[in-house]
Design a binder for this molecule. Structure first.
Ligand code: AMP
Ligand code: MG
Length: 328
């Protein structure tokens, strides 16, 4: 009896200590709310928060003290390892994506008021003028310096959260955290599994009601980035203008897509692709998905269809019957 009691007490202590190990840290960075939940020591969460804040400080296009602000105003400057690495990778991806991703989109994004929240529909002449400055080939990297030509200005908003998700892996490893779900404001890192060894369930927002989910993906050790028209937009004269811009036209994307989620081990790839596949539209995005197999995706269309990569079919659970899963 005494032995049984001791076992019960020991189990209770063990359970409470496991519960106490659950950490939750929230912070604001990159114009969004972030929440990090994990099992491990408190310091890991503080380091994650410091990491996103310092990335934000380097990459911000509005903070006059940021590296990117300095680059955009001076046209040439040495940059830190993080900024350089992210710019180089983004340039490679811009090329691979046929310019649907273009980190020199800033002059156009500014015209639409997405930077200072003074939303407006600019006259076409202004858009065309700003578009002349948009071309990722105007960015050159030499040693640790970046130079911009022809009035180009950089905006890493499409890839920064994915980069933060990639960087988080190292921090978690250093703190021996093997179970975490990190939300970088729409870009999620599902690290390891849940403490009971079951997979993480990551919700895919319902574009028509973004506080709810249309379905869930079960996964382990994956990053999931979502680009949605619902994330930032303004309405004018009965039309919706979203924060994702087609670099070819200079206009906010208005196609058949409502959201794109990309799943892989590589955060920057996920984030870059979620934005660029959105720009490509459904048929272009599906073509790109068939031609490339280093990621999976969930594409939600405005007419409530969900296109899912074959390899994800078993791990996706639909929770809203008004959507229809299409298997290609
Ligand atoms: P995301 O939410 O990851 O799709 O990124 C959207 C953000 O990236 C926008 O708020 C802009 O700052 C920037 N952006 C918009 N369109 C593009 C584009 N075609 N290529 C690169 N960056 C873009
Ligand atoms: Mg993105």
């Amino acid at each position: 009896m005494r032995k049984l009691l001791l076992i019960v007490i020991a189990s209770v202590i063990l359970l409470t200590s496991c519960a106490a190990d659950k950490q939750s840290v929230s912070t604001e960075a990159m114009d969004t709310f972030m929440k990090f939940e994990y099992y491990g020591d408190e310091k890991a969460g503080d380091e994650l928060a410091d990491m996103v804040k310092s990335l934000d400080k380097a990459l911000s296009v509005t903070d006059k003290n940021s590296e990117i602000f300095r680059l955009n105003s001076d046209g040439s400057t040495p940059l830190s390892k993080d900024s350089l690495r992210l710019i180089k990778r983004s340039l490679e991806l811009s090329e691979k994506l046929g310019g649907a991703l273009d980190i020199t989109i800033l002059p156009v994004v500014e015209k639409w008021g997405f930077i200072n929240q003074n939303y407006r529909v600019p006259p076409k002449s202004e858009i065309d003028e700003a578009l002349k400055k948009v071309n990722y080939n105007n960015v050159s990297v030499y040693n640790s310096s970046v130079t911009l030509k022809n009035g180009a200005k950089i905006d890493l908003g499409a890839v920064a959260k994915g980069y933060a998700a990639d960087k988080s892996k190292q921090i978690l490893r250093e703190h021996r955290v093997s179970s975490a779900i990190l939300n970088f404001g729409g870009t999620i890192a599902a690290v390891g599994s849940k403490p009971d060894n079951s997979p993480w369930r990551v919700g895919i927002a319902d574009p028509e009601n973004p506080s709810g989910y249309l379905g869930f993906i079960s996964c382990r050790d994956k990053i999931i980035a979502t680009s949605g028209g619902y994330e930032r937009y303004f309405d004018n004269d009965g039309r919706r203008y979203i924060h994702i811009i087609d670099p070819k036209s200079g206009y906010p994307v208005d196609n058949d897509i409502a959201s794109v989620s990309v799943i892989s081990d590589d955060g920057v790839l996920c984030d870059a692709l979620s934005t660029a596949l959105f720009v490509k539209g459904l048929s272009g995005a599906l073509r790109y998905c068939t031609e490339n197999d280093d990621f999976d995706c969930v594409i939600v269309t405005k007419d409530k269809k969900i296109y899912i990569s074959d390899s994800l079919a078993d791990s996706f659970t639909l929770s809203d019957d008004s959507y229809k899963i299409i298997k290609e």
